[in-house]
Design a protein around this ligand. Structure first.
Ligand SMILES: [Zn+2]
Length: 386
């Protein structure tokens, strides 16, 4: 049933209309009025402006029960672009997306000093031949720093400096939140759905999208799933708590457990991500030791994710990040089974569990989608405190 919201045709209505067109793929003006609760004249005005601005276009018509064919409108895919940079431990993943969240370019370069990022932006957009006036901005994402954790770049200082040098809007966000927005945007998730994303990487984060907007909390720190405790007397965590799920289910935790076990004979010099990939590859090829290590980690993670689902009454969860790139089905199966048995709302609605199509690039794609959303559906995105 249509939810009635924002009955007046103000600036928020434009964002609402763009968001409904995005999730519907192609939609008529009549359906738009139904789904947004806005009046037909308001819809006509907003649609006319969006067509004039090049954000949407007419894509054909569908039969109408009243006889007259209805013109369908859709997001104009290749008109404007968002750029996302994901700062990983050793690399920067650069991605460009169009207005539907589709990836139009990708490049992975070695991690470089902050003062090289503006040059990297110029090189990347020039390499893709993206006209500067169609590039809506840049978003930089990185893991959220936490007490006791590794030193992280000062994203706010970086944002101010890059905005100055590029003359374009620059946003910053944590990797898990960005990944959630990217999945929300490109999967055409409806704004009605309570949507969550679990980002499994060096740490474990979650991103939450409610009413089409990322949920940020008091200080842009919402979604710290990795530091949700699953055992009050469990392993101590650098954050100060005990039993944080990250200590049992992160990529590093799996590699530590595999090394302690010894049977997989991991290369002692391998990085966490390459050792983890070795375990995941062995698991999908039928190695029982590797499978058990991952399945146990997935079981721990399922407990924490179920608590998050229960706390927020989520309807859909996407698993993403490099930790689910090779053997994500193990995680998806564990989580589905756990939710079917224990989700509080299981008799009222299913909780859909899906795997990301681009788990390794999800954070950079999400960063670029954040730029697109801020540009064509403003009002969903605010800026973190400096
Ligand atoms: Zn912790």
């Amino acid at each position: 049933m249509a939810r009635r919201e924002t009955p007046a045709a103000g600036p928020g209505s434009r964002a609402l209309v763009v968001d409904v067109i995005r999730s519907a793929a192609a939609i008529s003006r009549v359906e738009l009025a139904d789904l947004t609760g806005l009046t037909q004249p308001s819809i006509s005005n907003i649609v006319r402006d969006l067509i004039a601005d090049g954000i949407i276009h007419e894509v054909g018509s569908a039969d109408s029960i009243r006889g007259k064919p209805r013109k369908l409108i859709s997001i104009k895919q290749a008109f404007r672009f968002g750029i996302g940079f994901h700062l990983g431990p050793d690399t920067v993943t650069c991605v460009a997306v169009d207005l539907t969240g589709g990836v139009v370019g990708r490049e992975v370069v070695p991690r470089q000093p902050a003062d090289r990022l503006a040059g990297q932006f110029d090189d990347f957009t020039a390499g893709l031949d993206l006209p500067r006036d169609r590039v809506e901005g840049l978003a930089i994402v990185a893991p959220t720093p936490y007490p006791g954790g590794p030193e992280a770049p000062d994203l706010h200082a970086l944002r101010a400096e890059l905005a100055d040098r590029l003359g374009l809007p620059v946003m910053v966000e944590n990797d898990a939140a960005a990944a959630a927005l990217g999945e929300f945007w490109s999967r055409r998730v409806s704004r009605e759905q309570a949507f969550g994303c679990v980002y499994l990487a060096g740490g474990i984060g979650a991103g939450l999208v409610f009413g089409g907007a990322l949920f940020r909390g008091a200080s842009f720190d919402a979604g710290e799933l990795g530091h949700m405790s699953i055992d009050y007397a469990g392993l101590p965590c650098p954050c100060g708590n005990r039993g944080c799920v990250e200590r049992y289910a992160s990529m590093a935790a799996v590699v530590d457990a595999a090394r302690a076990d010894g049977r997989l004979r991991l290369d002692p010099a391998a990085t966490v991500s390459s050792a983890y990939d070795t375990v995941a590859r062995a698991a999908v090829h039928g190695d029982a030791v590797a499978f058990d290590l991952l399945d146990r980690a997935a079981g721990h993670l399922a407990v924490a994710v179920t608590s998050m689902v229960n706390l927020l009454d989520l309807g859909r969860v996407v698993l993403t990040g490099p930790g689910v790139a090779l053997a994500g089905a193990i995680h998806a199966r564990r989580l589905r089974a756990h939710l079917e048995r224990t989700a509080h709302a299981r008799q009222r609605h299913p909780v859909v569990v899906e795997l990301s199509a681009q788990p390794r690039d999800a954070a950079s794609i999400g960063a670029a989608a954040l730029v697109v959303q801020a540009s064509v559906a403003p009002g969903h995105t605010n800026t973190p405190p400096a």
